[in-house]
Design a protein around this ligand. Structure first.
Ligand code: FAD
Ligand code: DHB
Length: 389
């Protein structure tokens, strides 16, 4: 088989890239190692920046998003007994949209299928060959048969555990990583959200987040120990702990119910440089991970896709490789800003096992500064709604 672009990974990055390439008349094949139902069953991001909304519009897949997503103009932040609202629109004139990653992926799959796009599921043993030559190709097996795709370019959209990043030689690749000494236990429940806006809560017992998907679907998270397993936490224990960590007025109103999903995610900051090697380009979680605080993971994957699309269009429409040559540099400049914000917001709100009295005072002073200082609020709001690209 031949394609202009071979895309490894059928998550949000790979699907969005494939759909946008199609809009610009560039053909691609997507290789996904799981089934479509498996990808759609992964409950992950819930907050979209306007940049991602615009990309969905350009990809022709924003109809349902515009009909069903919820615009959020601000968020609540609480620290101990103190709660304040950060007004995104007042500070930036912009807002974010609440719309689940599962829905983004569902809309993209529907569009790819309607356009007759090529997506191969259940692939195994994907290997990238000759990415630094003019004969780049990808091999894989499907039902025990060997296959090969020859391509002008390969997009590594296969997430943190994929093969694409590992294909870049170690003497070219540089990795930066920070592991956090806690995880997030998240549940989804068919109950009305406790508040119409998100609540980021820092308490003596650790961090908690009240989020949502729609009027009868809530997403809640609590900071947990890295050794915890989801099955260690009964629903009753989860609700009791959440209530202890959020402001009393909200705890009193919280409507609880059975969880329909429960999972634990470790927190990690990670960046690999460069994001391009020859004809291979990394996008999204394949190249970088942020801790989830601040909802930047999916949104940063989207900005990578934007820079890559611009570069590939320039290449195919004008035979100009300037855009693909500057891809890594442009994408990383924005990635590091998202890394900084996610690291800062995580450090602000979590309890660390080795936190000293001094560290706690610093955290409190930082939150007080944010609560009372308009410039600090504006900086936070600009980052939360998404830096421009
Ligand atoms: P992925 O979604 O990981 O997709 C990669 C795809 O590649 C997968 O479908 C995988 O099966 C496939 N694949 C892997 N290896 C291979 C291979 N060898 N061959 C073929 N296919 C392969 N981000 C936010 O912005 N906001 C949030 O609120 C948020 N919450 C999160 C909560 C959790 C629990 C987690 C885990 C992440 C969260 N994120 C959040 C991050 C966000 O979900 C990711 O940044 C996003 O999924 C990245 O998309 P991606 O397409 O780059 O990677
Ligand atoms: C969600 C997750 C986040 O990490 C976040 O900062 C906001 C919302 C969510 O899953 O809804």
């Amino acid at each position: 088989m031949r394609a202009q672009v071979a895309i490894i990974g059928g998550g949000p990055s790979g699907l969005l890239l494939s759909q946008l390439l199609d809009v610009h008349g560039i053909d691609s094949i997507v290789l996904e190692r799981k089934t479509k139902d498996y990808v759609l069953g992964r409950i992950r991001a819930g907050v979209l920046e306007q940049g991602l909304v615009r990309l969905m519009e350009q990809a022709g897949v924003a109809t349902r998003l515009h009909a069903e997503a919820y615009r959020h103009d601000g968020t609540l932040i609480s620290y101990g007994n103190e709660t304040f609202r950060l007004d995104f629109s007042a500070h930036t004139g912009s807002s974010v949209m609440v719309y689940g990653q599962t829905e983004v992926t569902r809309d993209l799959y529907a569009a790819r299928e309607a356009a007759g796009g090529k997506i191969v599921f259940n692939v195994e043993d994907v290997v990238i060959h000759g990415a630094d030559t003019d004969a780049a190709h990808v091999t894989y097996t499907l039902d025990d048969k060997d296959h090969r795709i020859d391509a002008d370019f390969i997009a590594g959209c296969d997430g943190f555990h994929g093969v694409s990043r590992q294909s870049i030689p170690l003497d070219v690749r540089r990795e930066y990583e920070k592991l956090y000494p806690f995880g997030w236990l998240g549940i989804l429940s068919e109950t009305p959200p406790v508040n119409h806006e998100l609540i980021y809560a820092s308490s003596k017992r650790g961090f908690a987040l009240c989020s949502m998907r729609n009027e009868n679907l809530s997403r809640y998270y609590i900071q947990c120990s890295l050794s915890d397993k989801p099955e260690d936490w009964t629903d009753a224990a989860f609700w009791a702990e959440l209530k202890r960590r959020i402001p009393a007025e909200y705890a009193d109103q919280l409507i609880t119910g059975p969880s329909i999903e429960k999972s634990i995610a470790p927190l990690r900051s990670f960046v690999t440089e460069p994001m391009r090697w020859g004809r291979l380009f990394l996008c999204g979680d394949a190249a970088h991970i942020v801790p989830p605080t601040g909802a930047k993971g999916l949104n940063t994957a989207a900005s990578d896709v934007h820079y890559l699309i611009e570069g590939l269009r320039q290449f195919y429409e004008s035979n100009d490789s300037q855009g693909i040559d500057s891809y890594s540099h442009k994408a990383l400049a924005r990635v590091w800003k998202a890394e900084r914000f996610s690291w800062w917001f995580s450090s602000l709100l979590h309890r660390y096992p080795d936190q000293s009295e001094f560290d706690l005072k610093m955290q409190q002073a930082e939150i007080d500064f944010l609560r009372t200082n308009q410039a600090a609020q504006r900086a936070m709001a600009e980052n939360y709604v998404g830096l421009p690209y």
